[in-house]
Every structure is written in C-alpha cells, then in structure tokens.
Design a protein around this ligand. Structure first.
Ligand SMILES: NC(=O)c1ccc[n+]([C@@H]2O[C@H](COP(=O)([O-])OP(=O)(O)OC[C@H]3O[C@@H](n4cnc5c(N)ncnc54)[C@H](O)[C@@H]3O)[C@@H](O)[C@H]2O)c1
Length: 434
C-alpha cells in the first residue's frame, strides 16, 4: 500500500521520474481502494454500500454524487468496481436486514435488495466487531490493545484484498466534545506515556483515526466527533504522512446556510437573528437526543454561520429527536434581516431531507477523492475537500460557492499529477521510522 510523508513540492526530489517509476505509479493508481466504514452497520454506511453495489451492477445511476460534475470528474478517481468495502461496528445486524429497514422507510428502493442479496452477504463477511477490552487489564493497556486490534483488522483487510490504499470513513455514532488541553492529549508521546502509566487518554472517537494512521490509511471524519482534531492525533497523522479530511458532513440545513448566508452579506442585508429547529429520528437522532453528544453537532453547525456572517447572531438552535421520522429530517429556519432604511423582513424555509440518501453519495465521493489524493501524494488535512463539511479541517472557508471552486481546483491538480510526466509520489514512512 502506498503511504507517503509530508513534503512541500519544492522538497520532492524527482521532477523527472524514470519510465519504470511512472509505470509503478500508474499500477499503484490503478490498484483497488479499500473503503472501511467505522459504524459499518449504520444507516449512512448501509445506504452508501447499497448505492455503490447498485451503481457497480448497473442497477442505478450516480445521481447525488458531486464527482459526476464535469469540473470534478476530471480527477483520476477509482471506479466503483475498484472499491472494496469493509468496516467495524459494535452491532452485528446483517446488511440485508439493515437495508430492508431502510427500504421500509423509503430511504432506498426495495427492488434493489434481491439482485444485491449475494453482494450484501459477501460484504457482511468484511465487517469486524470492535473487540471489548479485557476487564482484567488496566485502562492504559486496554486502550493500547484496542488500538492494536483495530489496526490489525485494517492491515489484514489490505493484505487479504491486495489493496493499493485504504480510506477509513468514520460513520459511527456522534461522540461528545472533549477537553483538548489535557496534558495527556498534547502529543503522540504524551498519549504513549499515559498508556504506559495505566491511563486511557484517547476518547472513543480518537482510537479509529489513530489506528488508521498507524495502518497507513487515510481518514475521513464524516461525524462531528472530536477525535481527528485532537493535537496528538493530527500530529501522529502528520508524522506518518497520512491524508485526512473532515469534519461532519454538510448535507442539509447547514448546506443551505452556506449558500444563503453569503447571499445576505453580498446583498448588504443585515441578518438580525437566525433560529433553527431540526427534528430527526433514526440512530443519529437517538444519539443526538443526549445533550452531551448533541453539543458536538450544534458546535459545528453554529461555527459555520458565525464565520459566514462575520459575527454571532442571536437565535436558538434546536436538535430534537422524533422517533417516528426515522431517517428523515425536517429543518425549519426563521431568519430576520434588515434592508434599506432598516426595514425588517423575514425568510423562512422548511427542508425535509432523507439524511442517509443525502449523505451516502458524499461518502462515496470522499472515499474516491481521498484515494486519488493519496495516490497523488497529498498529505495532511485536504482543505479543498471543505465543500463536503460543516467544519472544514485546514480551512476557514464556509461559503459553498468558494468551496466549490477550491474543490474544482483540487480535481484539476489531481488530474495534472496523474499525467505520466507528473511528479512521482514522495517516499514512504512507517510507524517504526518515527
Ligand atoms: N446523515 C447525514 O446527513 C449526516 C450528516 C453529517 C454527519 N452525519 C453523521 O454520520 C454518523 C452516522 O449517521 P447514521 O445516521 O448512519 O447513524 P446510525 O446511528 O444509523 O449509525 C451509527 C453506527 O455506528 C455504530 N457505532 C457506534 N459506536 C461505534 C464504535 N465505537 N465503533 C464502531 N461503530 C460504532 C452503531 O452501532 C451504528 O451502526 C453520525 O455520527 C452522524 O452525526 C450524518
């Protein structure tokens, strides 16, 4: 599997790669990409898997996939036939059962399930449980063992399928924010030291990116959980030359905010208040019924609006669990704004979206774009993937139109690097070399 270290283009040694290097690089680029879902049995992961299998089988088109747009389609992306799916979850419901439940809620078409029955059963074989910690071990040893077992599952997946690269996508339940200033969380060494002293410093949402980086995989944080953003975790990724993107998929109400808020600013209309009510069911809604977990989500939602408007505007933001809605979300936003001579006006919108149908194509887009980024030697947080996220890592830009231009520029750069005369990927670092 190709794994790379962070270098500036000026530091990269070989602007005239040999023909052999170009052939090797093309072979690696053509190789298959592993897509590993954390939360593999959840609604978004199951919808993404069913969608990918259906597109691969010619049963449906790729409607909703951003990479279908001509500006992005120039990127050298792996095809659906070159993706191999696996994952971790803490529950063991089969894909057939999960997909049937989703079809019952009109999240995906039920007629896809019979033709995909064999492929879904095969995909079940690629999902691994998250091993429960040994109750006799101290917290530090238990957490270190958990990370080692997650990493071993990833490495085994890569080896069994002969993958060129692996992209881990976190689609698991949202975790609460953590206090990042804790001494144990500052650096990879402080985490290791805490483990040796019997403490378990990493929050649950950080063990997956840690294991992914150690296994040489890329990582996509599709949830608002804090793991990837902790200084020790991102520093580990940086030292290992990993590639990552996040955080928290921008699929519904926040997507609309990232279009509408710049409109108010550019039209010189002053937003006086912006109140939002989000009603949702499903596993995500049930998780976010816990006010502590919901804080991660409301934080990423609020940060975008504040950045777009250049100031905090008053207005409550509610996320409420309505089990009956299943995977469907209703957002109602009430925006008061002032125009010429201070005249006040109101915009209201109601968004009724199917959460997993909105998220799944973006998950597939991200897995394919990340694979192309890794093949091209992009490392660190890929800021140009901010288009997909509420909290774009590596960028302060939230306006969708600007993010779109950045994404198109990234696609163009990846296309250029894929040319035979492009720069060869930088050399490999391993955990042992740190
Ligand atoms: N659907 C959207 O539009 C959207 C947008 C942005 C972010 N998200 C985020 O995507 C995530 C998934 O959403 P969903 O609707 O599929 O939720 P879900 O509840 O249906 O699925 C979550 C899955 O994660 C599993 N899980 C929980 N803890 C785990 C762990 N420690 N390791 C591995 N697996 C674990 C659960 O068993 C479950 O199968 C959520 O965090 C949500 O906030 C979704």
């Amino acid at each position: 599997m190709d794994k790379v270290v962070q270098q500036t283009s000026a530091e990269r040694p070989d602007s005239t790669p040999s023909a052999a290097a170009a052939v090797l690089r093309d072979a690696a680029r053509r190789g298959r990409t592993g897509v590993w879902f954390v939360g593999a049995r959840g609604s978004v992961a199951t919808t993404a898997l069913v969608g990918a299998l259906a597109i691969r089988g010619g049963l449906t088109g790729a409607l909703g996939c951003v990479v279908e747009q001509p500006e992005i389609a120039v990127a050298p992306l792996p095809g659906f036939g070159e993706l191999v799916f696996g994952g971790h979850d803490v529950v063991d419901v089969t894909y057939a059962k999960r997909a049937e439940l989703l079809a019952g809620q009109d999240v995906l078409p039920g007629q896809l399930l019979d033709p995909l029955a064999g492929a879904l059963a095969a995909a079940d074989e690629q999902v691994r449980p998250v091993v429960a910690p040994d109750p006799a071990a101290d917290p530090g040893s238990a957490q270190r063992a958990l990370v080692a077992s997650l990493r071993a599952d990833l490495e085994d997946f890569v080896a069994r399928h002969g993958l060129a690269r692996l992209v881990v996508v976190d689609l698991s339940s949202t975790h609460a924010p953590v206090e990042v200033t804790h001494e144990d969380l500052r650096t990879p060494e402080s985490v290791q030291r805490a483990w040796e002293q019997g403490r378990a410093p990493l929050p649950d949402s950080a063990v997956h990116p840690w294991a992914a980086f150690e296994a040489g995989a890329g990582f996509v944080a599709f949830t608002p959980s804090p793991g990837i953003d902790l200084p020790s975790v991102s520093e580990l990724g940086r030292r290992l030359g990993a590639t990552w993107a996040g955080a928290d998929g921008k699929t519904g109400e926040t997507l609309l905010k990232s279009v509408l808020a710049p409109m108010f600013v550019e039209r010189s209309l002053r937003v006086d208040s912006w109140a939002s009510v989000n009603l949702l069911g499903g596993g995500d809604g049930s998780t976010l019924a816990d006010p502590v977990a919901a804080r991660s989500k409301t934080t990423t939602k609020a940060a975008g609006l504040e950045a777009l408007l250049g100031r905090t505007v008053p207005g409550p933001m509610h996320i409420d669990y309505v089990p009956d809605l299943g995977d469907w979300k209703t957002a109602w936003d009430h925006v008061r704004f002032s125009g010429f001579l201070g005249t006040q006006m109101t915009l209201q919108f109601t968004w009724q979206g199917c959460d997993s149908a909105l998220a799944a194509p973006l998950v597939l887009d991200l897995a394919r774009l990340m694979s192309a980024c890794m093949a091209a030697g992009e490392t660190g947080a890929v800021s140009e993937l901010g288009f997909f996220f509420k909290n774009p890592l590596g960028s302060h830009e939230h306006a969708l139109s600007v993010q779109w231009q950045e994404l198109a520029r990234l696609a163009g750069r990846l296309a250029e690097r894929a040319q035979p005369t492009g720069t060869a990927p930088p050399p490999t670092a391993t955990a042992a070399q740190l």
